[in-house]
Design a protein around this ligand. Structure first.
Ligand SMILES: [Zn+2]
Length: 465
């Protein structure tokens, strides 16, 4: 395609996006809009106000605020609201509107290559190497088929210190862009000002590469899964990155699969959470659409808030119930409660589930079993009440004999008590005392101490039994 043709194609595409996008629906995800005459009105997302002066019209497709003067088209809205650059916002609106995004051939010569380009080209490079025999053997073992690999953009970082770096330098990237994209590291003992390519090395080596996207589907980094059992670090993520002084990638905010899962989460108000990228990929393959993963980081409050904002009300944790998994689950459940999400715990033994009680049983997870029941309309997954959580913690914790460890466990247990409805508190103080073999009044004192420093959850009330 010649340069001129490409420019024309770009313009036509942009016009089509502006024309076909449902501006009311897209902006409506941010602002509660009410029809008033020919326009839709709501509270402005760009300035603080009590009476609505923010207008969205369908003909012409524009938004405007009479309070602060902010206004423009639908693409401009996302640029302004989410800090996207033009092609990012345009492509995002296109994807949301079901308009296929054309692939324009990149012109490397004479263009300014930036961090985002480096990530995109690195992904292509990783994808081209997926048939390397070590990677292929690993994919086979983990039952990752070709269609899935292609669809999810999974690739392989060669077992080589300079392969990606040399490829990108050859295209015309500068070393500092590769460093700031998190693709290349600098040898510790080399001078800080060094521009000698030999002092830099590929950050990801001999790893299966999963592209990480933010909730708008923009590529922001990678997670590399070690394929050699000798590798001590199982997951290696891109280090946090900033762009235009804004953090555009922070691993505590990334949820793998979120851009694919977003609509399903919004529709079902439920999200399934797994710990590994491969679990996420497998779960999606067997038909679970509202699934996300967070590899290498424990479930964070930021992630919980993002899921809540996307529309989740319930979060179903799918975790291995080994020691590390149980520890992670306890923490995750608390994080979910703190932002007003109702946590459910799916830990399924390798047999058909007969009852909700069994669903809560602490066994090894079998995704196929979960999928079968997930599709079953009669299967209502019991939500984990705060009582369940306390019981779960009591059941799965070792009961220590030393006062110090005992105190620590007691502190953890009472940290859930403020979420209990008033009428249930004494019952649980009594239960915990019995289970831990500690006098009831000590549990009570601990609880009152904790109450003084407790924070109230931001949203919702907690169902308790
Ligand atoms: Zn305004």
């Amino acid at each position: 395609m010649a340069m001129g043709e490409q420019y024309l194609g770009n313009m036509q595409f942009t016009e089509r996006v502006k024309e076909e996008a449902n501006i009311v629906e897209l902006i409506g995800q941010y602002v509660k809009l009410k029809k008033s005459g020919k326009s839709y009105v709501g509270l402005c997302p760009f300035h603080d106000e009590k009476t609505p002066s923010f207008h969205v019209t369908e003909n012409p497709k524009l938004y405007y605020c009479f309070g602060c003067g902010e206004g423009g088209d639908v693409i401009g809205f996302f640029m302004k609201k989410e800090g996207m650059i033009f092609p990012e916002a345009r492509d995002y609106v296109a994807r949301e509107s079901g308009i296929p995004v054309p692939v324009f051939k990149r012109q490397y010569k004479g263009t300014v290559l930036n961090t985002r380009d480096a990530l995109g080209i690195a992904q292509e490079f990783f994808s081209r190497n997926i048939n390397n025999h070590e990677a292929a053997a690993y994919c086979m073992e983990r039952e990752l088929d070709e269609a899935t690999i292609k669809q999810r953009g999974i690739g392989y970082a060669l077992n080589n210190w300079h392969a990606l770096k040399n490829n990108l330098l050859g295209i015309g990237f500068k070393l500092e862009d590769l460093v700031s994209a998190g693709l290349v590291g600098q040898k510790r003992d080399s001078p800080a000002e060094s521009r000698n390519p030999d002092d830099y090395y590929d950050f990801f080596r001999n790893r299966l590469m999963f592209p990480l996207r933010d909730r708008f589907g923009l590529l922001v980094g990678f997670a590399g899964r070690a394929i050699s059992s000798e590798d001590e670090i199982k997951y290696l993520n891109t280090v946090s990155q900033t762009r235009f002084g804004k953090t555009f990638y922070n691993k505590s905010e990334i949820l793998f699969g979120l851009s694919e899962a977003r609509n399903a989460i919004r529709e079902t108000k439920k999200v399934l959470y797994t710990e590994g990228y491969i679990d996420e990929v497998s779960a999606r393959k067997i038909g679970m659409e509202n699934v996300v993963a967070s590899g290498g980081v424990a479930f964070t409050q930021k992630q919980a808030k993002i899921l809540r904002d996307v529309g989740a009300e319930e979060i179903i944790f799918i975790m291995d119930m080994d020691e590390a998994g149980i520890r992670a689950a306890k923490k995750a459940v608390q994080v979910a409660y703190a932002v007003g999400l109702t946590p459910l715990l799916a830990s399924i033994s390798n047999k058909d589930i007969q009852s909700n009680e069994e669903l809560r049983g602490y066994g090894k997870i079998d995704l196929d079993v979960l999928a079968r029941h997930y599709r079953d309309p009669d299967m209502v997954m019991a939500s984990l009440t705060i009582g369940d959580v306390i019981e779960f913690v009591l059941k799965t914790s070792e009961k220590p004999k030393e006062p110090e460890a005992q105190n620590k466990l007691l502190e953890e247990i009472v940290s859930y008590f403020y979420l209990l409805p008033a009428g249930r508190k004494m019952l649980w103080i009594n239960k915990a005392a019995k289970e831990l073999g500690i006098p009831e009044d000590i549990v009570q004192v601990k609880y009152f101490e904790r109450l003084k420093q407790s924070v109230v959850p931001e949203r919702g009330c907690c169902k308790a039994r």
